[in-house]
Design a protein. Sequence first.
Length: 86
Amino acid sequence: MQEKNASETISKVLYPNDKNESGKELRLVQQYFFVACSLRDIFRRFRKGQRGVEDFPEKVAIQLQRHATRPSPSSNSCGSSTMSMA
């Protein structure tokens, strides 16, 4: 029973009911958080490669999906841990 309650609680946090204002606000905060963290990670990896900022638009492609909550680097693999850099 505790596992079921825990999974329901996690689902409510990850997928809030956005039919009311507080749910919409929570969804927006979640989306902002995931996008900000993903972009920060992309920039961190780019800088780690010892490249100049002028190379960024030529070496990194970021695709924003309509229903996604975070940007995903363009690459052939899925997941937030990969980034395509030429």
